[in-house]
Design a protein around this ligand. Structure first.
Ligand code: ADP
Length: 562
């Protein structure tokens, strides 16, 4: 019995020891757990991201400092309140928050875990408002860049079109226009360009070529001289026939093969470089005048629909310029024919007329017999009419010669006072005949100028003739001045009908008269002042007029020494 008690006591002690041991163990583990939880809380607390622990019921159980900042609320406000955002484990979502009235965006990542023995979600949130803003700014910047680049490109194209209009309008020679066009395209859109023109039979030929690289001229010339076989393969034939453009954004060997006539042609084109190609027809007034082909020799520069539209725009402008140039050439040819005709007719009529006047003069002088007074009076009328006719023919002749550019200068050193005296000798009797006073106002010293005296005399005769014709009473005054060395001015003043302001410019136009009935009445041609202006221009000078209706006119001619 005793032995058994002893045994029991020992057993009890051992159990007590075990319990003690277990309690120690438990206490140690609890401390460990508390330490670990404290560490965990500490880690959570120090985390830069906002951490929110939400239990199964959706209630916030833990928040860290960053979370209070993110939500703009105190720990007390957050803990125990519903979280309010859907929580999907292992997914990243973006939340739109309002903090102190300001919109913010947070990125949230959720993991499922345990919290104090219960299932919970741990959400980690990061404020990405600034990143989002930066991304948005970057997107806007890119859009802005793209818009600016597009605007700059549009402006460049517009500048190019404006420049092309100026270049195309700068010449009325159609060959020159096309050459300028080729150079312009090469400077702006293509590496090389060919301008084709279609002849009367509708067959196209290469007219102008241009390359960006100077060293390619030899090849270009060879290309220019290679004839286009009207039955062979060549894109220009198709463009001219179909009146439609061609665009080959990326030129392939097969394409090259299909548009070249033989191996040599292919070699030239390849050596000039052909990576991208377009060709547009030049059409004016429904007629195909030619085509332009534009080539890029760099694979980095491929033509697109925008380039094609630009090329079509240029071709339309070129078409107008060429049509204008052709019209001008035709008009010039027609004008020359007219001037030649006028010159021949007036010259040929002048010869017999001079003979008529000569014979009338002799008969008036009584050669071979004295004539009765009545007959002499009739002869005088014949002479007046014949002289007037001669004056008109002379005016026509000189106008025709000036108009066709055949009038030449015969210069010499002259004292312009002599020229003025000669013109006055003709003009003064006419003025006196009409009851007008006539003054010739000359400097005392010689006014020497190197010029064509006959042309200066003609100018003065026309101006004095008009002054007499358009003045009913008063006076005609002819003045010569030398305002500077090697410069002279003539003034022809009258006290006549004057010229209305709106007519002042027109009076220098050929065949233009203030009063259209005047031609029938006075027999004027409307050519006198246009002859004056052209002669003065030929002499390198200027003519201008000041006039007041009803009070008179002053024509001023300024002449340089040449
Ligand atoms: P024309 O005298 O043969 O009609 P012009 O070319 O010499 O032709 O002149 C053109 C027009 O200018 C005249 O018809 C006339 O109306 C006007 N004109 C020219 N000179 C004068 C002038 N001195 N005074 C008023 N009008 C003038």
């Amino acid at each position: 019995m005793r032995a058994q008690r002893v045994h029991l006591t020992t057993e009890q002690d051992r159990l007590t020891d075990d319990v003690r041991e277990l309690r120690r163990e438990l206490e140690s583990r609890t401390r460990e757990l508390e330490r670990s939880q404290a560490r965990f809380r500490d880690v959570i607390e120090r985390n830069a991201d906002a951490i929110v622990v939400v239990d199964e019921k959706g209630v916030v159980r833990l928040v860290n400092d960053a979370a209070t900042k993110l939500f703009g609320a105190s720990r007390e406000q957050l803990l125990g309140s519903p979280f309010g955002f859907p929580l999907v484990a292992d997914e990243t979502t973006e939340l739109d928050l309002v903090r102190n009235g300001e919109a913010r965006v947070a990125e949230m990542r959720v993991v499922e875990s345990e919290w104090e023995g219960e299932t919970a979600c741990i959400a980690s949130l990061r404020d990405i408002t600034e990143r989002k803003r930066a991304e948005q700014d970057a997107r806007e910047l890119i859009r802005e860049y793209a818009a600016r680049a597009a605007a700059e490109e549009a402006a460049r194209r517009l500048r190019f079109l404006l420049e092309s209009s100026t270049v195309l309008a700068s010449s009325l020679d159609h060959r020159e226009t096309l050459s300028a066009l080729a150079r312009l395209c090469v400077s702006e859109i293509a590496d090389w360009a060919v301008v084709y023109s279609v002849d009367e039979a509708g067959v196209p030929g290469r007219l102008e070529v241009a390359h960006r690289e100077v060293g390619k001229e030899e090849l270009l010339r060879e290309l220019q001289q290679t004839p286009i076989d009207p039955n062979g393969p060549h894109p220009v034939l198709e463009v001219v026939r179909a009146r439609k453009p061609i665009l080959a954004e990326a030129v392939t060997d097969a394409f090259l093969e299909s548009v070249t006539r033989d191996a040599r042609h292919r070699k030239i084109v390849s050596e000039l470089g052909v990576a991208s190609f377009m060709m547009v027809p030049i059409i004016a007034r429904d007629r195909v005048l030619g085509a332009i082909s534009l080539v890029s020799s760099r694979s980095s520069r491929q033509f697109d629909e925008h380039d094609l539209a630009l090329a079509e725009d240029i071709a339309a402008r070129a078409a107008l310029a060429i049509a204008n140039a052709r019209l001008y050439e035709e008009a010039r040819r027609a004008n020359k024919t007219k001037s030649d005709f006028l010159a021949v007719v007036s010259h040929d009529l002048r010869t017999p007329l001079t003979a008529i006047i000569g014979y009338v003069d002799l008969m008036e002088m009584g050669v071979p017999n004295q004539l009765p007074d009545a007959t002499r009076e009739r002869l005088r009328r014949i002479r007046t009419s014949a002289t007037h006719l001669l004056y008109l023919l002379n005016e026509l002749l000189i106008f025709a010669r000036l108009d066709s550019g055949r009038e030449e200068l015969r210069r010499s050193d002259v004292d312009l006072r002599d020229v003025a005296r000669d013109a006055a000798a003709v003009g003064e009797p006419l003025a006196l005949e009409r009851g007008l006073r006539f003054h010739l106002d000359l400097p005392e010293h010689p006014v020497i100028l190197r010029t064509d005296p006959n042309k200066v005399r003609q100018v003065l005769l026309n101006l004095i003739g008009n002054a007499v014709k358009y003045t009913r009473q008063g006076e005609i005054r002819v003045e010569l001045r030398e305002p500077a060395e090697r410069l002279a001015t003539f003034r022809v003043r009258d006290t006549g009908v004057g010229i209305a302001e709106q007519h002042v410019q027109q009076i220098f136009e050929p065949f233009w008269q203030v009063d259209p009935n005047q031609r029938a009445r006075d027999g004027g041609t409307g050519l006198g002042l246009s002859v004056v202006r052209r002669l003065v221009q030929l002499l390198g000078g200027e003519v201008c007029v000041e006039s007041e209706l009803g009070r008179g006119s002053t024509f001023t001619v300024t002449l340089p020494s040449r």
